[in-house]
Design a protein around this ligand. Structure first.
Ligand code: G4P
Length: 527
């Protein structure tokens, strides 16, 4: 196969959802179709069930799962599909945001009874920022759900994206009859005794006016479906793939993941419309997947579970060319040539050493602590991929050394955990104290636990009241200097030495923005 053929057949995506909407279940069904797993239950939910057991145990369990399922590859209809896993707990949302930098499209799962939830909204913001194409799967139709048109309106309004249903449900809950596939013009019938096992039976109905329809779903639902479909065709424009690829239009499917219902339709459509690897932006130019030379970036680093081996796995997304085992590549940040004797690929639960990888693929690289998120590998060109930002953290604590004899261990531990992207480190300009900022409160436990177990260091947290940290810059040097002087007690620097404003309250932030018009306040580290 030529490199172009390898590129064209790749689909790298993530399933994202608010916890409990059915992400794990849908992922598992997709893998079952791809033959990558053979039994239900093989994909473990990586949710951290708060309070169920000690959080530390849950964190370790979750880390174990997330190594095993970080990337799940499978073949379907000639396509090589890579599903990138995202953490189930919202405290790890930043991990999810970063994973979204490595995908070419996403499937958003929404619980039909709950509609659009908080986490879905946040994740969609990241997709919108990157113009990632999204497909929406409305799940749990076997349960009493909201009305389909209300759900479609809600998705449009809450997620700020136009929608186009490509399937339409016939009732829901106990009277759920099935789904009418609008672009293949067939009917998938839902019978609850097929639960958990087989595919639904499908009936070709090219003409909805045909009396056959009554035979399948009865008079009442037949009439309802006809009027619903008429409304869909009247209200929504024809599906426009280009608008989908630009991230402006989301095709919507309905189904029930746990019953394996509507999943095949979703997958069939996905392989047809979802994009193959897209060009990737760098500071200097756009990298096209078809370029002959290999380029790629690290979007995730995973520490070893075994505290005796402090090595890590760095996940490299290939952006162009062909990655080869045992070949020298430039690690752009350090300027060193490195080669990898055992790069790994991931196929569901299995991990194997590979000789080649193509754009869209994710390769696991052995790392002894030298890589950082965002690191670029090339065949010599000094590129730096952009679009892998850190997000303004929302929870803050001072970190203090709790064991004076272990100062070095603590410093090294903090440094490496920050490189992994577990949290962000700021140094206060007021007193030089170190502040850790995270997206969720659980990270503080993770850091303390891992410092102790992996670095043999002890830390103590002290409270600090900060509403938000944002990066600042300005073309008006005098105003910037004035701002930094006046806000001295609220200033800090991040680990790259950039200015960060630590706002005490939302009011304080709004006031600062109002009073210092020439200063730009950034909520991601990339600007
Ligand atoms: P998540 O990864 O998005 O957090 O969700 P997950 O797949 O773990 O699903 C959350 C719960 O919703 C699970 O039940 C799952 O079985 C259920 N579920 C998923 N899809 C459907 C569906 O189409 N219909 C219905 N009725 N339920 C669905 P649980 O009780 O939390 O876990 P489990 O004991 O079933 O594993």
């Amino acid at each position: 196969m030529t490199q172009q053929e390898e590129i064209t057949r790749r689909r790298t995506f993530a399933v994202i959802a608010h916890p409990d909407a059915g992400k794990t279940t849908l992922t598992e069904k997709l893998l079952l179709f791809g033959g990558a797993i053979h039994v239900a239950g093989a994909v473990k939910s990586n949710k951290i069930k708060k309070g169920a057991t000690s959080d530390f145990m849950e964190i370790e369990r979750q880390r174990g799962i997330s190594v095993a399922t970080a990337v799940m590859g499978f073949e379907y209809r000639g396509c090589k599909i890579n599903i990138l896993d995202t953490p189930g707990h919202e405290d790890f949302a930043e991990d999810t945001y970063r994973t979204l930098t490595a995908v070419d499209s996403v499937i958003i799962v929404i619980d039909g009874a709950k509609g659009v939830e908080a986490q879905t909204r946040k994740l969609m913001e990241v997709c919108r920022m990157r113009q990632t194409p999204v497909i929406v799967f409305i799940n749990k139709l076997d349960r009493p759900s909201k009305e389909p048109f209300d759900l479609l309106d809600e998705v449009e309004k809450e997620l700020h994206i136009r929608v186009r249903p490509l399937a339409f449900p016939i009732s829901n809950g106990p009277t759920f009859k099935g789904v009418y596939n609008l672009y293949e013009k067939n009917l998938s019938l839902f019978t609850s005794d097929e639960k958990l096992t087989a595919d639904a039976s499908t009936a070709e109905i090219s003409d909805l006016a045909s009396q056959e329809l009554e035979g399948y779903i009865g008079e009442k639902f037949a009439a309802q479906l006809r009027s619903d479909v008429e409304l869909v065709e009247g209200v929504y424009d024809q599906f426009d793939r280009d608008a989908y690829l630009r991230g402006e239009l989301a095709p919507v499917f309905f189904g029930s993941a746990v019953n394996n219902f509507g999943v095949r339709e979703l997958l069939e459509c996905f392989v047809r419309i979802a994009p193959s690897p897209r060009p990737a932006p760098t500071e200097t130019r756009q990298v096209e997947p078809a370029e002959p030379k290999m380029t790629g970036f690290v979007f995730k680093i995973h520490a070893n579970m075994d505290p005796n081996h402090r090595d890590r796995i760095a996940f490299l997304k290939i952006c162009s060319g062909t990655f080869e085992r045992n070949r020298n590549y430039l690690h752009v940040r350090s300027g060193k040539q490195l080669k990898f004797s055992s790069p790994t690929a991931f196929m569901a639960e299995k991990k194997s050493v590979i000789d080649f990888a193509y754009p869209g693929d994710i390769v696991g690289l052995h790392d002894t602590g030298n890589f950082k998120i965002g690191d670029t590998f090339t065949e010599g060109e000094k590129l730096r991929f952009t679009g892998i930002p850190s997000f303004a953290p929302e929870q803050f604590r001072y970190i203090e050394n709790a064991d004076p004899l272990k100062f070095k261990q603590l410093a090294k531990g903090i440094d490496q955990l920050m490189d992994e992207g577990v949290a962000q480190l700021f140094t206060s300009s007021l007193n030089g104290r170190k502040i850790i900022g995270t997206v969720g409160a659980l990270q503080f436990e993770v850091i303390q636990y891992r410092l102790e177990h992996e670095y043999n260091a002890a830390c103590r947290w002290e409270p600090i009241s900060i509403y938000k940290a944002c990066w600042i810059d300005s073309d008006n040097a005098a105003q910037l200097a004035d701002f930094k002087r006046r806000k001295h007690t609220n200033m800090a620097v991040d680990k790259h030495g950039r200015d960060v404003f630590l706002a005490d309250t939302s009011y304080g932030l709004a006031l600062a923005q109002e009073n210092f018009k020439d200063i730009r306040f950034h909520f991601t580290s990339e600007f």
